[in-house]
Design a protein around this ligand. Structure first.
Ligand SMILES: Cc1cc2nc3c(=O)[nH]c(=O)nc-3n(C[C@H](O)[C@H](O)[C@H](O)COP(=O)(O)OP(=O)(O)OC[C@H]3O[C@@H](n4cnc5c(N)ncnc54)[C@H](O)[C@@H]3O)c2cc1C
Length: 448
């Protein structure tokens, strides 16, 4: 069995491991167009800020691991150019710029996504950056080190905010422009997201909410960002407004593309074309709450999808569960986490949902050094099924995992409230914040 994987990122590497775990003898090849095997893209902002000292530390496994331990043929600096479905082979160009054909029995398409660029006047000026790869990082660093004292970041999503924190650590003045009315608008409702405004401002970030970018101006290098509410001077711009799936080769090969623009896959990660699987940011799957089409955008999703795809290429019959977008970010020491549906998204999709929110504490009230923890739970009005959670404060990233399990297991808020959560004065409050948020949901449910 010849398994060929396009893309050596989180999904591609996991597909190789999944296939190898299930089949010791399969002939597995991964091709990747970058010059390094899988590295943690999630760590890029922390190399920028110098929290992680060496970019090499982001490499998840050395080249040897693929060849000696996994028994996989790793071909780096090799780009797939075309998939020939009839002949079950792909055309590639290697680092010597030779064009070669590689045949497959099963193909895993794991090409990831690229940053969405703004098609606006001046967007190709020098000094306008995105951050998606180590080469983007190098370019951005070079620009900063040449002497940059002010930057504008477009987009206050988790990537934009991580970049802002990194730039502030490098003593760069930052303005952030966000078209929505609060930070992290995709994963937090406004009542939660607006809690981050103080944190950003306290750390010297100038926030421009409800503001759209109209273009960039400058002679050769960027000098200003033109927004709906005036011009902002900038020696550098970072655009962080989401991603676009690298779907082109799969689409040309006849794979169905979903409404989100990703390559459509079923539960087994099969595309609509025989013998081609897709996984990770290039794919479109479904959310784990209502089964709506969704494009994954998080590393754990890419890993799980890659694993399922890889195993299935060699005869397993694994199914992927729905994606619940369990995400977290830490900003100036403050943890933020979210899972499932926000209230805003639920209502926009016609779900009759209510919420419960509590401003609690990380530890019991008499214990020193306690900090504020805010939790919000989103549940269906009819029956109280839990469909989303948001949390800000100490332990938010781990607390949200309980809600992730509740969503996955379709638990009701009544069941959550009855959960035995632990207690010790230096560690936790008497009652967990999500149970209190749940009680607040129950009150609203019984009122109706
Ligand atoms: C700066 C940054 C920070 C992030 N932080 C987090 C985080 O904190 N938490 C989290 O969960 N997620 C985070 N993410 C998202 C996460 O990194 C992605 O969801 C994950 O990398 C997706 O994995 P993938 O394998 O689908 O794609 P990728 O990791 O992008 O890998 C795809 C690979 O395929 C290669 N490729 C593309 N086309 C071809 C071709 N034709 N031929 C050969 N190779 C090709 C690409 O160059 C790339 O190397 C972050 C992303 C970025 C950019």
């Amino acid at each position: 069995m010849k398994v060929l994987i396009i893309g050596c990122g989180s999904a591609g590497k996991s597909a190789a491991i999944g296939a190898r775990r299930h089949d010791r003898s399969a002939e597995i090849t991964i091709i990747g167009d970058e010059d390094l095997p899988e590295y943690s893209r999630c760590g890029l902002p922390f190399v920028l800020s110098k929290t992680v000292r060496r970019k090499e530390d982001l490499i998840m496994h050395p080249t040897d691991f693929y060849e000696k331990i996994l028994g996989v043929d790793l071909k780096l600096e090799t780009k797939a150019l075309k998939i020939d479905v009839e002949e079950t082979r792909i055309l590639v160009e290697n680092k010597e710029r030779e064009r070669l054909e590689l045949s497959y029995d099963k193909l895993v398409y794991a090409t990831g996504a690229r940053p969405r660029l703004l098609d606006l006047p001046g967007s190709v000026l020098e000094g306008v950056y995105v951050l998606n790869s180590l080469s983007d990082l190098e370019e951005m660093r070079g620009w900063i080190e040449a002497g940059v004292s002010s930057a504008v970041v477009v987009g206050a999503g988790f990537l934009g905010l991580e970049i802002i924190e990194a730039l502030r650590k490098l003593d760069v003045d930052v303005d952030v422009v966000e078209i929505e009315d609060s930070p992290l608008p995709v994963i937090l409702d406004r009542d939660m997201g607006s809690r981050l405004i103080d944190v950003l401002e306290a750390n010297g970030v100038k926030l421009h909410l409800n503001t759209g970018v109209r273009g960039f101006s400058g002679t050769e290098r960027v000098e200003k960002v033109i927004t709906g509410s005036g011009d902002l001077p900038a020696e550098m711009v970072v655009v962080a407004v989401g991603t676009v799936p690298n779907k082109e080769l799969a689409s040309e090969a006849g794979c169905e593309i979903g409404v989100t623009g990703g390559v459509k896959v079923n539960k087994m990660m099969e595309t609509s074309v025989d013998n081609i699987y897709a996984a990770g940011d290039a794919a479109e799957y479904m959310d784990g709450v209502y089964g709506h089409p969704l494009r994954p955008g998080l590393a754990p999703d890419a890993v799980m999808m890659g694993d399922v795809a890889g195993r299935n290429t060699v005869g397993a019959a694994e199914e992927m569960s729905g994606i619940i977008s369990n995400s977290t970010v830490k900003l100036w020491g403050l943890e933020v986490a979210s899972v499932g549906y926000t209230l805003k998204t639920a209502l926009a999709r016609g779900v009759d949902a209510i919420h419960g929110r509590t401003v609690g504490s990380s530890r019991i009230k008499y214990f020193p050094d306690r900090t504020e923890v805010v939790a919000k739970l989103v549940v269906e009005r009819d029956g109280g099924r839990i469909i989303g959670g948001q949390c800000i404060g100490e332990g938010a990233a781990l607390r949200i995992n309980t809600i992730a399990l509740a969503i996955t297991k379709q638990l009701s808020v009544e069941e959550l409230v009855k959960l035995e959560t632990n207690f010790a004065p230096p560690v936790t409050p008497e009652i967990d914040v999500f149970r209190i948020a749940g009680m607040s949901c129950l009150k609203r449910l019984t009122k109706h």
